[in-house]
Design a protein around this ligand. Sequence first.
Ligand code: SAH
Ligand code: SF4
Length: 431
Amino acid sequence: MNVRDSEAVEALLVAAGHEKAAGEEEAELVIVNSCTVRQKAEEKAVGKVGNLIAAKKLTGLMGCAVKRMGADVFKRLPKLDFAVGPRAFGLIPRILEEGRLPRLELGEDLVPDCLAAHVEGGWQAFVTVLLGCDNRCSYCIVPDVRGHEYSRPAREVVAEVTALAKRGVKEVCLLGQSVLRYGVRNAAWDEKDAPSPGGYTEPFPRLLEAIATVPGIERIRFTSAHPKGCTDELVRAYREFPQICRHLHLPVQSGSDRVLAEMGRRYTRDEYLAAVRKLRDFDPEFAVTTDVIVGYPGETEADFEATRSLMDEAGFDNSFVFKYSPRPGTRSAALPDDVPTAEKERRDQVLLEDQERRGQERNDRLVGTVREVMVEGPSKRNKSRWSGRDSGNRIVVWDVAGEATEKSGETVRVEVTEAHPQTLVGRPVPR
Ligand code: SAH
Ligand code: SF4
């Protein structure tokens, strides 16, 4: 989401007549986009800004850490030139034009049109469809900093995707904290919109249907998902539109019902596993990835073992493990952070090792299959080795003998000859 917001800011600044610098050294102005989901992330952003100020750059800070710190951001960084919250980045061109610095904008209101601003070029694009979050999981600061859930009107989203496709974009990734809740809190469709040709009634599958008919869009991804949104209609959309990639990032956080209830995740272990089963019943190769938190307050060895066994039962294709970090103002911050750091590290390591083994097992099953791969380009270290991704978002690499005939953004067929936990190796085969 931050990558997307940064890209929008770049596009807005270029439209306002600024020029993109070749790199940080050459730049007159550097804007750091910050995350505050864990304390470490915030410290990294603040540290980076400190270094830029020391290098005498005109410096801006945007994003979630700004919203969390409020006016305190200038106490921590007295020489910062401006700071804008995650829903106020549309103001940056005006702030630069007016030049009354330092300035702080925490506002909830995005300047109209700034959500649809994109830089030219490229065949992949992120599209924000749902802002904010209303879920209020006990550990999470996102609702405090990114504000209430708001679904952009479907017509606006489809217009944005259509404009992107006309510029050569082939793959879009729709973004929202809980993206399957699109159109639930506020209506995204209104009476003026044509009815769904396929009879879809749920707002998100209906949006997928509309985007799947945009000429030129070959792949549709979206993230992040919640098991409650894994409905029959969503699966029907997967079945009817092959453009929708066979991958879902479905953060589970824990495999213990007790911890899930404390977190306020609104699903049980069994409900979560049923959602995964539904996707894999539809397509056994369907890739499911997840996020897990280790060391949540009061997480016992038995809770942790429940997470381990859930991860095996779900057969995750990939997983991201986070060590619990108390965030100010969240419900769980009032609980003692009682799992020692060393124990959090151990649990993290155990899950990483499990994932290596599981990733290997999942990928071993794909040896001999042919993947439809969208080409990303040559690897940075070895120009004769190219890579891309399959529909399941798996990284696929292959060797190119002599001059490459592949172009980035085109689809090639690659037969898998070798599997690793996080990559597939293969050779191109004719269509
Ligand atoms: N909206 C997404 C998650 C966004 S935050 C969802 O619910 O699916 C990305 C990930 O950061 C979360 O999935 C969680 O695993 C992790 N995370 C969030 N708050 C955290 C905290 N306080 N400590 C550690 N990890 C956290
Ligand atoms: Fe945070 Fe939960 Fe919202 Fe995800 S769904 S952003 S974890 S509150």
